[in-house]
Ligand binder design. Structure first.
Ligand SMILES: O=C(O)CCC(=O)C(=O)O
Length: 176
C-alpha cells in the first residue's frame, strides 16, 4: 500500500473524505463517479495494479468453502486505522450482469477486529452487528449480494501480536 501505486484516502461525490486508505487491484473504483475504470482518474491517473493470481485463488477457495463460486477480477484493499470506519452502503457498482448473477463479494480481514454491520437490501432494514476478527472471511452473494453493510468501529489493539499490525486490512474480492 506504500508502493509506487500507493493507497490513498478517496474523496467521494459530495466532497467528503472516506475514513480508510484504499488501493484497488484489477480495476479502480472511482469514488467521485461510483464506477470502475482502468486508471485512477480521481487521484493520480496511474493504472490500477493487476490482481495477483494468488489473491484470485484465495478468494475462489474461500467462495468454494462457503458453497458458492467466485472468479474475481477486482480486489479493493482498505486499511482502517483506530478511527477508521465505513458507512452503510451497498456494493452495486459492479456490472449489471454480475449483480444479477449474484456473484458473491468475498471479504477477508486481517489485523485489528472490527464491528461489521450487515443490514438488509433496504437502508432502513434492521442491522446485525458482527465482530470480524483477523483471519475471518465473510461471503455474501445470491439474494444477499445487495445487502447494506459497513464498519462502525475498529477495536484497537486486538490484532494477533505475531502479525505486528496496528489497524485493520480488509480485502473485498468482486467480479466486475
Ligand atoms: O471492511 C469491511 O469489512 C467492509 C468493506 C466494505 O464494505 C467495502 O469495501 O465495500
Amino acid at each position: 500500500m506504500d508502493g509506487p501505486v500507493r493507497a490513498y484516502v478517496p474523496t467521494v461525490r459530495g466532497g467528503g473524505q472516506m475514513h480508510v486508505r484504499m488501493l484497488c487491484l484489477g480495476r479502480h473504483w472511482n469514488g467521485q463517479k461510483y464506477q470502475y475504470e482502468p486508471t485512477r482518474a480521481d487521484f493520480d491517473d496511474q493504472p490500477a495494479p493487476p490482481l495477483p493470481a494468488s489473491f484470485r485463488a484465495l478468494a475462489a477457495e474461500i467462495a468454494g468453502a462457503a458453497a458458492t463460486a467466485l472468479d474475481p477480477d477486482i480486489c479493493i484493499l482498505n486499511f482502517y486505522d483506530a478511527d477508521g470506519r465505513m458507512g452503510l452502503h451497498q456494493d452495486k457498482d459492479e456490472s449489471q450482469a454480475s449483480l444479477e448473477a449474484g456473484h458473491p463479494v468475498v471479504s477477508v480481514s486481517l489485523g485489528d477486529a472490527a464491528r461489521f454491520l450487515f443490514g438488509g437490501t433496504r437502508r432502513r432494514d434492521p442491522v446485525e452487528s458482527i465482530v470480524l476478527q483477523s483471519g475471518d472471511a465473510f461471503v455474501f452473494g445470491g439474494p444477499a449480494r445487495l445487502r447494506f453493510h459497513g464498519v462502525s468501529r475498529i477495536l484497537p489493539r486486538t490484532a494477533p501480536p505475531e502479525l505486528q499490525i496496528s489497524g485493520r486490512f480488509n480485502l473485498t474480492f468482486r467480479r466486475y
